[in-house]
Design a protein around this ligand. Sequence first.
Ligand code: FAD
Length: 395
Amino acid sequence: ERRVVIVGAGMAGVQTAVALREQGFTGPVRLIGAEPHQPYDRPPLSKAVLLGTAEGSAFDVDFEALGIELRLGVEVTALRPGAHEVDTEAGPVPYDVLVVATGARPVALPGSEGVRGVHLLRTLDDAERLRPVLADKHDVVVVGAGWIGAEFTTAAREAGCAVTVVEAADRPLAGTLPAEVAAPMAEWYEESGATLLTDARVGHLEPGEVALEDGRLLPAEAVVVGIGARPATGWLAGSGVALGPEGAIVADEHLRTSAPDVYAVGDCASFPSARYGERLMVHHWDNALQGPRTVAAAVIGEVPRPYDPVPYFWSEQFGRFVQYAGHHAAADTMVWRGDPAGAAWSVVWLRRGAPVALLAVGRPRDLAQGRKLIEAGTPLDPERVADPALPLKSA
Ligand code: FAD
């Protein structure tokens, strides 16, 4: 029987192992992960785990009962596709099928290496190092008003920390959302009691202080950096596996890589989307749940349907539930549903009359209905979409 080796024991790696068993694969499955901890879920790290209201977020999976061999605390250092082997510090591991699920690594702030009190937020260890910062109500500077920055700020304000957020762009989430949509979100920071400094850049870091490029000095007992993440694929250099922009593994519509018998799934890979007419790299939880089902089906020898999901993610920030489904471009038509100054509103993006993306703030029903409408490509009447009293599905 073919031996499956999965590199990376995060959401995508674990779900691949589970999906293989669910789909009837009976051969050996070995899951190798660099982190020493029992495999765990990341979204709670910037929420309950940080606040100490949950101890951890280990996946509820009985690996032993499923016959999944876990090798934790082991880093894979290289891939040799010709030999069908990966290298680890403990020696080579042979495979018949390899699944790469090494996720992403946060981008460090230049000049921050080794400076005391500077944190990233990606791993359970990171969250555990940050817990006392919150518990002791330290003064915190957050660098980056993206998803991680917003969620960390929410937790830190809830804990009673003084928080200043430094953002290089003119608004939060500048890489993801247009200015009109992000504008009300900027107010959420102030409303929470945090200070948001836009068009502001960190010059250098000192212990206890952040100096901005314009000379302003911000006291900081801790600095939390959330300026993005890049696929953790450095170990594939020279292997022959094709890497694209930002180092993402270039996968095909069945999540196969350019090397024979090697698949890639989750945050580490990009895939071609016929639905959106471009290659997508998705750094969200749902992609690490759905992608593995395609990989498992391909491994057991079915011809899976092309992997072409409507991407979905959520964020919990400033007491609000923010959800986004789909993928929009600047040229798409934006339709508002409700008042962005209010507690609940949505935005729908239409292309040739059909919805391609939706952002919902406190309107989970819009999200649920919108996701299906996007999937089906159902044309909508913009005037009815704009009426928040009408269910989206009857627009
Ligand atoms: P990862 O979770 O990064 O797992 C990859 C694993 O591979 C890691 O454990 C890593 O140590 C290991 N690894 C890497 N290189 C090697 C190697 N060479 N050898 C062995 N092992 C290796 N998404 C949402 O949709 N909603 C949210 O609210 C949300 N909140 C988040 C909060 C935080 C704090 C973070 C960090 C992410 C959040 N996300 C959220 C994103 C979501 O968690 C990720 O998209 C998801 O974890 C991706 O899963 P993955 O398995 O591809 O990668």
